[in-house]
Design a protein around this ligand. Structure first.
Ligand SMILES: *[C@@H]1O[C@H](CO)[C@@H](O)[C@H](O)[C@H]1NC(C)=O
Ligand SMILES: *[C@@H]1O[C@H](CO)[C@@H](O)[C@H](O)[C@H]1NC(C)=O
Ligand SMILES: *[C@@H]1O[C@H](CO)[C@@H](O)[C@H](O)[C@H]1NC(C)=O
Ligand SMILES: *[C@@H]1O[C@H](CO)[C@@H](O)[C@H](O)[C@H]1NC(C)=O
Ligand SMILES: *[C@@H]1O[C@H](CO)[C@@H](O)[C@H](O)[C@H]1NC(C)=O
Ligand SMILES: *[C@@H]1O[C@H](CO)[C@@H](O)[C@H](O)[C@H]1NC(C)=O
Ligand SMILES: *[C@@H]1O[C@H](CO)[C@@H](O)[C@H](O)[C@H]1NC(C)=O
Length: 326
């Protein structure tokens, strides 16, 4: 699935330059990895060169086996603590990340914390009370920060429940590490946001977070304008990518996305892969390449290979019949 660098260089040398990137690259771009067991071959698409993608997360503490041969310096794995563990004193996340760093020599420099803790489980949220999340943070994240790992604030939903949840969380967290004589605040290294909606809403949401957490850089780890027509979706994609690339306080972003249109839960046009697993225009732009012109709903997989041979057989048969009957 993954090309060895040497094999890839040979491949590049052998093909014409039309696959070279024309769009501006952005080192901020990453992959939200959402694999589907029935289409595992698609995993390789995100690490084929040329690509702008420099990092990925998979909602898990451990890296993907599909990407284990890609160096961290090229495609940085960012572990995530998706939700609260079974008990608040469980430090499996901490020990897993420590082991990656110390035993396996994986250069982990950033981690992500809870996924949509203000959201209900049925909608993909991890649904955690701020006080419980604070305890889990103190047990797992603070020791990582002490090791020099940067930690992102939990990624709340784009709803109005997000900011109050985060404020409660920070208050509870600070209580846990403060004493009467020694007041301390829990710290974080960047703010993490999710957004599903139009561009104006996205910009306004980012503005609210900038005001609430001044002077912090931002990662937009899930975003899209879901369930729209293709032109509206592409226009949103273009505007938001240009905006993120231009703003210095946006450190990283990852389009949600990286799946086939027929299994997309953000509508077919928000998917970076067509039904037959080819990059759509948005998919290609996101990787820094030229538009493919392939529609998200395109599903003519394999037709070019199968149909011509079948047609030849059919034609031959027809011809034979024609010859015999004449
Ligand atoms: C994975 O792909 C299969 C086949 O297209 C589909 O039926 C299934 O719903 C997908 N799973 C997810 C979680 O999207
Ligand atoms: C801690 O949580 C992890 C992940 O949620 C789980 O796999 C593990 O069994 C838990 N450990 C203990 C000791 O309960
Ligand atoms: C680990 O990654 C950080 C951030 O990219 C980099 O500054 C550092 O040099 C890397 N360390 C090693 C040992 O590669
Ligand atoms: C903790 O944060 C609060 C709110 O941002 C601030 O008012 C307070 O001064 C901080 N306390 C310390 C000890 O840094
Ligand atoms: C944010 O940074 C600016 C410029 O460095 C500084 O003037 C300002 O005091 C900072 N604000 C906060 C709340 O830390
Ligand atoms: C999006 O940007 C691409 C170039 O990167 C351009 O070809 C396309 O027309 C734009 N689409 C919209 C709807 O803005
Ligand atoms: C998917 O269909 C498109 C449009 O017919 C075609 O260009 C592309 O090669 C197909 N991709 C795959 C992986 O079969």
């Amino acid at each position: 699935m993954l090309l060895h660098p040497a094999a890839f260089a040979a491949f590049l040398a052998a093909v014409p330059s039309f696959i070279a990137p024309v769009a501006a690259t952005s080192s901020k771009r990453g992959l939200v990895f959402t694999p589907n067991e029935t289409t595992r071959a698609d995993d390789g698409i995100w690490v084929e060169k040329p690509t702008t993608l420099t990092w990925y997360y998979n909602y898990e503490p451990k890296p993907e086996s599909s990407y284990k041969d890609v160096p961290q310096s090229e495609f940085e794995f960012v572990p995530m603590m998706w939700g609260a563990p079974d008990s608040l004193d469980n430090t499996t996340f901490l020990s897993t990340v420590k082991s990656l760093i110390k035993d396996q020599g994986v250069n982990i420099t950033n981690v992500l914390s809870f996924n949509e803790p203000d959201g209900k489980f049925v909608y993909g949220g991890s649904n955690i009370e701020p006080s419980a999340a604070a305890q889990v943070w103190v047990n797992n994240m603070i020791p990582l920060q002490e090791m020099g790992v940067r930690v992102g604030l939990p990624a709340c939903t784009g709803a109005s429940t997000g900011l109050p949840w985060l404020q409660n969380f920070l208050t509870e967290c600070s209580k846990l590490i403060s004493t009467d004589d020694d007041k301390r605040n829990c710290t974080y290294d960047f703010v993490t946001i999710h957004w599903y909606g139009n561009f104006e809403g996205l910009a306004s949401h980012m503005g609210q977070y900038s005001a609430a957490f001044p002077n912090k850089t931002m990662w937009i780890t899930e975003y899209n304008l879901n369930d729209q027509n293709l032109e509206t979706t592409q226009s949103f994609y273009n505007m938001s990518a240009e905006y993120f690339d231009r703003l210095d306080f946006v450190e990283r972003y990852s389009f949600f996305g990286a799946f086939r249109s027929d299994v997309s839960n953000v509508g077919p046009n928000g998917a970076m892969l067509s039904t037959n697993g080819s990059l759509t225009d948005i998919g290609a732009w996101y990787l820094g390449r030229q538009a493919t012109g392939i529609l998200p709903t395109s599903k003519s997989s394999g037709f070019r290979l199968v149909i011509p041979q079948a047609s030849i057989a059919v034609l031959t048969a027809l011809l034979a019949v024609a010859v015999v009957s004449s």
